[in-house]
Design a protein around this ligand. Structure first.
Ligand code: FE
Length: 221
């Protein structure tokens, strides 16, 4: 069994003019595919040869410190996972802002949608070097976090809701070194807030259900 490259959820040109078709072709066909291909070579003859991508990421994270091959496996597996999540975090321009229960939560956590937007742009633009800027649920708290290189919140007990790729390969063809311009356009026009809201609802639903069972109540959920 091997890990499959997931289909891009839209056409190559669907995110233009914010992200061009040229960028998506290189980013998806070369970078994302490259991580998946490397990963499939590296998992041969390991205990995770038949595991799911998320299981591979978690296993490699636990072994990376002591084992150079596991570290390489982590980098490629986490990049494969992060890119699949990134494509789903975007949608064609101007699909609308935050929706559902997440809107109120963002407003109360960040002091308004405009403040959230500023904070997210600033974290993504200001992250040093290659990496990722995430909106996550950490326990019950909504947080903006950045990770370096291939690192991913799923190995830090956090639940990702949205991500922006801030590796240069994500924006260099369209924006050259101007990461802030890329980030601003993505936050203002491309984030798929319905995807974020579904992730939020799913993350909150499970613990609430368990809590209701433990307390023996006939919970409303
Ligand atoms: Fe990338």
């Amino acid at each position: 069994m091997s890990v499959q490259l997931p289909d891009l959820p839209y056409d190559y040109d669907a995110l233009a003019p914010v992200i061009s078709g040229s960028t998506l072709r290189v980013h998806y066909d070369k970078h994302h595919r490259g991580y998946v291909d490397n990963l499939n070579k590296l998992i041969r003859d390991t205990p995770v040869a038949n595991a799911s991508l998320e299981e591979i990421v978690q296993w490699a994270a636990r072994h990376a410190a002591a084992d150079r091959k596991a570290a390489a496996l982590f980098n490629n597996a986490a990049q494969a996972w992060n890119h699949a999540f990134y494509w789903l975090s975007l949608r064609p321009p101007n699909g609308g802002g935050p929706t559902g229960a997440l809107t109120e939560r963002i407003t109360s956590s960040f002091g308004g949608l405009a403040n959230f937007s500023d904070a997210y742009k600033s974290a993504a633009s200001g992250h040093f070097g290659s990496g990722w800027a995430w909106l996550v649920l950490d326990g019950k708290q909504l947080k903006i976090v950045t990770t370096a290189n291939a690192d991913t919140p799923i190995v830090h007990g956090q639940t990702p809701l949205l991500v922006i790729d801030v590796w240069e390969h994500a924006y260099y063809l369209d924006y050259q070194q101007r990461r802030a311009a890329y980030v601003e356009a993505v936050v203002d026009q491309l984030l798929d807030w319905e995807f974020a809201d579904r992730n939020y609802a799913k993350a909150l639903g499970q613990p609430a259900g368990e809590a209701a069972q433990r307390s023996g109540t006939t919970g409303a959920r």
